[in-house]
Design a protein. Sequence first.
Length: 561
Amino acid sequence: MIISDDELLGLVLKTGLIDQKKFLEVATYAKNANINLVDAFIEKDVISDEQIGILIADHLKIPFVVLGKITIPDEVFHIIPEKVARKYKVIPFARDQAGIKLAMADPHNDEIALLIAKKTGQNVSRFMATERDIYNTFRIYRKELQRTFDKLLNVQAEKGTNIVATNVPMEKLVDLLINYAYQDKASDIHIEPQIKESLVRFRIDGILQDVLFLPKALHDQVVTRIKVLSRLRTDEHLSPQDGKMRITLDEEDLDIRVSIIPIADGEKAVLRLLASHYRQFSLQDLGMSPKDLQKVESAFTKSYGMVLSTGPTGSGKSTSIYAILKILNTREKNITTIEDPVEYRLKGINQIQVNSKTNLTFASGLRSILRQDPNIIFVGEIRDSETAGIAVNAALTGHLVLSTLHTNDAATALPRLTDMKVEPFLVASTVNVIIAQRLIRKICEMCRVSMTVSQEELFKQLPSELVKSHFGDTPSYRFYQGQGCKICHFTGYAGRLGVFEVLKISKEIKKLITEKRDSDVIVRQAIAEGMSTMLDDGLDKVIKGLTTIEEVLRATKIETA
């Protein structure tokens, strides 16, 4: 870091963002988790990355820039080769008559500034940007994957025919594939055999995208290489296999879960990338509003009760729980989890992997955890009556229990628990808060443009009363969308954030639960008490220019007509 921890302490105390007690808590967490102080501030949801950057830039009397919010011309960006940019953590972002504007993680680095001035014959103006912002902007360097692979394989053919070099560097090919997926922030790699070729797809921001076509002759070699790295049987082709591997990248040691299954045209491989560096989100990063954040914080700062996160698979439930666990993770607490699978390792937290072969289920694991003197327990998922009963009893006996449920919204989690034979009065007395969420794609900052939509057009997408309550009663409205560019793979979206509804269990709602009222009645009461639905939260994010109405409706799947 370009300033010392003591200097950073002085800055944050001076601004009143935190007090000394909180700072010492974060500093201890940073030391125990072996991460830098800035990352610890962000993980603990104390100060945002941008706030820290502005503080340090003001202290150094250097202008601050957020690269994620500006469009960088191609010819300017490529003034510096990628290797040099990564080494020095710098990015040229603008060029005018006055010279070149350079974003730097360390604006005191004279060497690179002088090098660029000498190379271009122009003055260099130094700006400060955070390391995270610079790292996220490096993806502009990513060349088209197909072209890179064709060059590596020395494919010289017209469309439809491939002549592959005899000595294919399979290790390089697989490493390059994983590296590209990592840089593109893909969560999964799908390698699918087809009749004439092999298709590679990346799941980026929840959507699968075709990125590469490989010659069919290479498919088996790629799958074999993945099996070797995952320590799976290379001679087994007719049965499903699951494994894991670890790849060393420049940024981190990347854990990957591997699943291979036989399909009609060969073996399909799916690789789940469990990246953590620069992908560790706080609740603010995930898009939770200050109002909802306050409700969640008041629930998880209690020493007992349940905090439930609900939503379908892939809605970010585990990410939200991990964000809470990182805030709660202090030396004086014993935190134990039982998960299937353990997706991210959290230093200082005891994480147990479910194993059906040894009869280590959620229920049996949870019983054992209760004999380990825990303060906080995270149950990966409440799937059955037995697990639900033990979790509720744990919450009743002075433990804070965090868990996830598969329900469509916050209110339906309550009847779901009673369906699992948990008495309504026990549900009412143990549940502190229920978070329901979905993930929506953010408009790409690099190609975002404004547009005007008439009221008539908007009425076709949303009920008139909803339009008027959120956007006002005017003939037209100004919204934003992404035009599509190289950075967002021409989708108009880059990155994701959550839409939330947070149901706080008030006295009135407790009464409704014990009376066994249905979820519709509970929802109406919660809204009367100030709860925003996921649709409301999503439309608020549309107003802020973060996403589009189409994306909110796609993710929430709410009937509007």
